[in-house]
Unconditional design. Structure first.
Length: 260
DNA sequence: ATTGTGGCCTGCCCGC
DNA sequence: TGCGGGCAGGCCACAA
């Protein structure tokens, strides 16, 4: 699913194509897609209003309306944002070949006849009005070395698990975590609190470089490690057989030769 | 409190 | 060719 680069492309799409258009209708095609713990009436909050700004915190896209309400969109593992049937990114696995309307879960109609839709075959995504933004930690694009040190803290959890904890560091997904740790030469399973200051700085540098690279390439699935993320995969750097494990509950590939 | 696990869903790929 | 099992980039509730 979308990691930060994909959600950023959705944000850019919304910013360029959805701002200033009056919303005329809300279609919740899948009732479970609505996360309505705060009891806010989605249609009531959106209809008649227009979006003023498109923001993003981690993997959460946020559209602020001129009525004061904010539409929050999570894309789960297979979600895509469509505006007037243009997609935010191409080449997303699982959805690239199939944008069948039956997989649309949430649609906004604009008074000008256009539409904004969330397409999500696997239905792990969610929409919510006025989501609690404080649930999310510092955004991966903005984290400082000092903040990264605080994210890791003295935790005994695996390093990778901490990087994936959205309440601490927002935006890191499984692929980006593997790619950055591979580049930084750090073992994903190491206790987070065991990193020395120099290693934290190194990790910060490689996280930043990784996200910049993937943003410029246009997708979290375009990393250098990704082609080797398969059985019998070999480290693109030194040719060693990659190790495949579950770390932090997620499938993890790493190089036993240069990641410590 | 922190850390780990199962479950949510659907589609694809592989092996039999 | 058909079918079952395993697997997938996220997140949440719950258990220990």
């Amino acid at each position: 699913m979308p990691e930060l680069p994909e959600v950023e492309s959705y944000r850019l799409l919304a910013e360029g194509a959805a701002l200033g258009r009056r919303i005329s209708a809300v279609e919740v095609l899948d009732p479970r897609y609505l996360r309505s713990g705060n009891g806010i009436d989605v249609a009531g909050a959106l209809v008649g209003h227009a979006f003023l700004a498109a923001r993003r915190i981690g993997k959460l896209a946020l559209l602020d309306t001129d009525g004061g309400a904010t539409l929050g969109m999570h894309f789960g593992m297979t979600g895509t944002l469509l505006v007037d049937d243009r997609a935010g990114v191409d080449g997303l696995l699982y959805t690239a070949h199939d944008r069948s309307p039956v997989h649309e879960r949430f649609v906004l109609r604009f008074a000008d006849g256009g539409r904004l839709a969330m397409h999500d075959p696997r239905r792990f995504g969610r929409v919510e009005v006025d989501p609690d933004e404080s649930r999310l930690g510092v955004d991966l694009l903005e984290v400082t070395p000092r903040q990264l040190g605080e994210v890791l803290g003295s935790s005994r959890a695996p390093l990778k698990a901490r990087l994936l904890d959205q309440s601490l560091l927002a935006g890191t997904g499984n692929l980006i975590a593997d790619e950055a740790l591979w580049r930084a030469g750090l073992d994903p399973a190491r206790q987070a609190g065991s990193l020395r200051p120099a290693e934290i700085r190194r990790l910060h540098r490689h996280l930043a470089a990784t996200i910049d690279l993937l943003l410029s390439r246009g997708g979290s699935h375009l990393g250098d490690l990704l082609p080797a993320r398969r059985p019998d995969g070999r480290c693109p750097r030194d040719g060693a057989a990659l190790e495949r494990r579950t770390v932090g509950g997620r499938t993890t590939f790493s190089c036993p030769l240069h990641q410590h």
